[in-house]
Design a protein around this ligand. Structure first.
Ligand code: NAP
Length: 332
């Protein structure tokens, strides 16, 4: 029997809790340790999720020899620094989305992983869900003919204040980096590489985008139309349309558990594809599979695609006038 993949979690916020919960349902995975800026937070987290070890700093987690891979669950602006810390310590990394704040940071982190021959993946968890995988399979087998367009929206209305990471410029706030990455990433997954982007945004008082609408041209000839928001509650739908019909992922699309296929021959069918645990379980399973097979990246979320998507985000932010302090830093 293969020994379990021993996970370390870096950060103890909202998504760290979700991921720790997900690991309970991932076969062959265990939570081995947690690292936090605060020893109290690390201790409480370890107690709640039965992690054998906890640390009041990230460096000690990265150095833990009983950890096989580290999941980074800090605000966007810290992803690059935290990923570098773990990679420098020889640890494979699963890094939350958006992968980094900008393309320069992404290139820097990916170059380090490649230089050290270590596994690295953007935690775009939706890609690994059974319903999304099924939609991809149906597209590839021509179920809706030639796929030509995708429409998606991801918006929720929040009243968090200017200091919250969703609105804070210092923490990489805004709808595009937090929510827009989902339709962007899935559009590329379903319709292929992106050749052109056009975005417009409504900026809030803190200078970050409260909502952004963007259109994408894909190399294969398809077009996508997407919108994201932190001040409008949208239906969270995603539809892919082709020459012979359309596939609708049931809402919320980023954690879909079913899809409906409607064809021009008059047939409609709905298929259920529930996920394991709370859904995040599937990305943990994929990382485990890659590590066991000695892969340094996942074929489902390759690093060159992460780079291409980061380039799209940079272009869209420039078009909308959204910049972050990290954009002014000199490259490493
Ligand atoms: N995949 C998804 O569905 C999903 C959902 C939500 C968020 N996310 C992503 O996950 C990341 C974290 O989001 P979250 O909602 O979990 O945020 P959060 O609740 O604010 O937690 C972030 C954690 O990062 C650590 N941290 C380190 N430096 C920090 C700083 N200067 N300010 C605030 N926290 C700091 C803190 O942990 P310690 O104090 O323990 O060090 C904090 O608890 C974001 O990049 C976000 O895009 C992904």
């Amino acid at each position: 029997m293969t020994s379990p993949i021993r996970w370390g979690i870096l950060g103890t916020g909202q998504i760290a809790r979700q991921f720790a919960t997900a690991l309970r349902d991932a076969p062959g995975a265990v939570l081995s340790a947690v690292g936090s800026r605060s020893n109290d937070a690390a201790h409480a987290f370890a107690k709640e999720f039965n992690a054998p070890r906890h640390y009041g700093d990230y460096r000690s987690l990265a150095a833990d020899r009983q950890v096989d891979v580290i999941y980074i669950a800090t605000p966007h602006t810290l992803h690059a620094e935290n990923a570098r810390l773990c990679l420098q310590a020889g640890k494979p990394v699963l890094c939350e989305k958006p992968f980094t704040v900008n393309l320069r940071q992404a290139r820097d982190v990916i170059a380090l992983a490649r230089q050290k021959n270590l596994f690295l993946m953007e935690a775009m968890w939706s890609r690994f869900l059974p319903a999304i995988q099924e939609a991809k399979r149906l597209l590839e087998q021509g179920e809706i003919g030639t796929p030509r367009q995708l429409q998606a929206d991801f918006g929720f209305a929040t009243d968090v204040g200017p200091e919250h990471r969703l609105r804070s410029k210092r923490l990489g706030g805004g709808a595009l980096l937090d929510l827009g990455v989902y339709p962007l990433s899935l559009a590329a997954y379903f319709l292929g590489a992106i050749s052109e982007v056009q975005a417009q945004a409504a900026l809030g008082d803190t200078g970050v985008d409260e909502q952004t609408a963007f259109s994408l041209r894909h190399h294969g000839g398809g077009l996508s139309s997407c919108i994201c928001s932190i001040n409008a509650q949208s239906p969270m739908t995603l539809t892919i349309s082709g020459s012979a019909g359309h596939i609708r992922l049931h809402a919320p699309f980023f954690m879909s558990q079913a899809l409906t296929v409607t064809r021009t021959d008059g047939t409609t069918r709905t298929v259920q594809h529930p996920y394991l645990g709370n859904g995040y379980t599937h990305e943990a399973i994929e990382v485990g599979r890659c590590l066991r097979q000695g892969l340094t990246e996942s074929p489902l979320m390759p690093l060159d695609e992460t780079l291409a998507l980061m380039a799209c985000l940079d272009t869209m932010r420039a078009q909308c006038g959204v910049n972050y302090p990290a954009d002014d830093e000199i490259g490493a």
